[in-house]
Design a binder for this molecule. Structure first.
Ligand SMILES: CC(=O)N[C@H]1[C@@H](OP(=O)(O)OP(=O)(O)OC[C@H]2O[C@@H](n3ccc(=O)[nH]c3=O)[C@H](O)[C@@H]2O)O[C@H](CO)[C@@H](O)[C@@H]1O
Ligand SMILES: C=C(OP(=O)(O)O)C(=O)O
Length: 455
């Protein structure tokens, strides 16, 4: 018995070409800021539709409940009522589980004039400072105290509109400052703002709550502060990273898939790179059809803020390129420590050389099934992709990473023909069983413990 059996894990086997339809869920990175923004609604609940059932969503909803909000989740609709709040201190243990929890800062500060929030956790893909968020709040007139563990911010009356230039187009800082500025007195101009589709979705939600935001989706956002915001109804955009992930799954397994609900407009850089690699993609009003029946060509990729190539697709592309015929070059310019999946891919036989922010992927080396870990969320998807083309069986642990951001990825892949199962960890084995079944123990325990939790 190997030590992995004491952990929950995904077992994946080499796949024949996959075929069928995969439904794309609402975007994690859109719904999280929207949940944080719901705090700004002083009257009427918000109804958020197409909310993916993800661990990050559950954690943020728990944080809202802790603050005094009422949250219900039914049939992918979240009802959030934040008309009365009773604390401005989100709980440490929830905040430290995820990066997006820090987005509670802008909305709590604007709504109540105070917030005390612990420094956020999340995927270890780089240092991930919060200086641009704080710079924005200070410009809006907040007094800030920072310790090694938490940040506390106060404002006497209302925040005041300001001109804020972001040193780097941070997604989270743009969202946090945009939320805070909605209730500030006067006009805020946010320069060098991030332009991601999730920012546009957040601005649409805020505007429908009564805010006055113009320019979201460009690098200059103008926010006229209003007196009050109220709950509203909003549908979350489809997840472009989940879509991109399944596009690369199709590419690496030489498959044909239809991604229902996917929106190509948010994925121009990814679709363009896949086309360059020889993958055929057609879009219609309901989704994206991908056909990858030719050998993959190598690529050069550089991750950049939107509309550039997304860092959240880098791990999946590196894995796909390990199966291409030729050498690819990848540069990661957004996060300084986002190649941990390469070490795991190397265990499977991939020929990848990492040098600082650059990775050279020498494609075409056959992969072998191995025991590997998910080192972060997207690396988790990358491990599954590698398992789908590796000879034999791949066992993947550290599944909490994938649960943060993909709704039932195992079930979705199984539905299109993949041999993939999620296994519960082995429970402790009674000594007498070990003694009685000495001869047949390996097989009987293995059969008992390898029961899939999803069928
Ligand atoms: C919940 C969510 O939406 N997460 C996404 C969001 O993360 P997140 O909002 O954390 O990412 P940012 O855009 O803020 O980070 C981009 C870069 O800016 C730097 N930075 C950021 C803030 C700051 O105050 N100072 C600073 O220097 C970061 O270290 C990083 O190098 O955008 C990232 C970049 O597309 C994605 O990978 C994440 O999936
Ligand atoms: C890095 C990611 O998320 P987060 O910012 O929540 O850690 C991601 O979605 O790939």
């Amino acid at each position: 018995m190997n030590e992995n059996q004491f952990q929950e894990r995904i077992i994946v086997k080499k796949a024949s070409p996959l075929k069928g339809t995969i439904r794309i869920h609402g975007a994690k990175n859109a719904v999280l800021p929207i949940i944080a923004a719901s705090i700004l609604g002083k009257s009427e609940p918000s109804f958020i539709d197409d909310v993916p059932d993800l661990e990050d969503v559950r954690i943020l909803c728990d944080a809202i409940r802790h603050l005094g909000g009422k949250v219900e989740y039914d049939s992918e609709t979240l009802k959030i009522d934040t008309t009365s709040l009773h604390t401005t201190e989100p709980p440490k243990q929830l905040v430290q589980q995820m990066r997006a929890s820090f987005l509670l800062m802008g909305s709590l500060l604007a709504r109540t004039g105070h917030v005390k929030i612990y420094l956020p956790g999340g995927c270890a893909i780089g240092a991930r400072p919060i200086d641009q968020h704080l710079k924005g709040f200070q410009a809006l007139g907040a007094k800030i105290i920072i310790t090694e563990e938490y940040v506390e911010a106060f404002v006497k009356e209302r925040l005041q509109g300001a001109i804020i230039y972001l040193d780097t187009p941070s997604v989270g800082a743009t969202e946090n400052i945009m939320m805070a500025a909605c209730l500030a007195k006067g006009t805020t101009i946010l320069e060098n703002a991030a332009q991601e589709p999730e920012i546009v979705d957040l601005a649409n939600y805020l505007n429908s709550m009564g805010a006055n935001i113009k320019g979201a989706g460009t690098n200059l956002i103008r926010i006229e502060g209003v007196e009050e915001l109220y709950g509203t109804r909003h549908t979350v955009i489809p997840d472009r990273i989940e879509t991109g992930t399944f596009l690369t799954v199709a590419a690496i397994t030489q498959s044909e898939l239809y991604l229902k609900g996917a929106m190509g407009n948010h994925l121009r850089a990814v679709i363009s790179k896949l086309s360059e690699a020889g993958v055929h993609i057609t879009e219609d009003d309901d989704g994206i059809f991908v056909s990858a029946l030719q050998p993959l060509k190598p690529l050069q990729i550089k991750t950049l803020p939107y509309p550039g190539f997304p860092t959240d697709m880098q791990a999946q592309f590196v894995t796909m390129l390990a199966a291409a015929s030729g050498t690819s070059y990848v540069s990661e310019t957004v996060f300084e420590n986002r190649y941990m999946h390469c070490t795991e891919l190397q265990k499977m036989g991939a020929n990848i050389i990492v040098d600082g922010r650059h990775a050279t992927v020498i494609g075409g080396q056959p992969l072998q099934g191995a025991q590997v870990r998910m080192t972060d969320l997207r690396a988790g998807a990358a491990m599954i992709m590698a398992g789908l083309i590796a000879e034999g069986t791949t066992e993947i642990t550290q599944l909490h990473h994938i649960d943060r951001g993909y709704v039932d990825i195992v079930g979705k892949l199984k539905n299109v023909g993949a041999e993939i199962h999620r296994m519960k960890p082995v429970e402790s084995i009674p000594v007498q069983v070990l003694e009685q079944e000495e001869e047949t123990i390996t097989e009987s325990i293995t059969t008992r413990i390898l029961r899939p939790t999803f069928v």
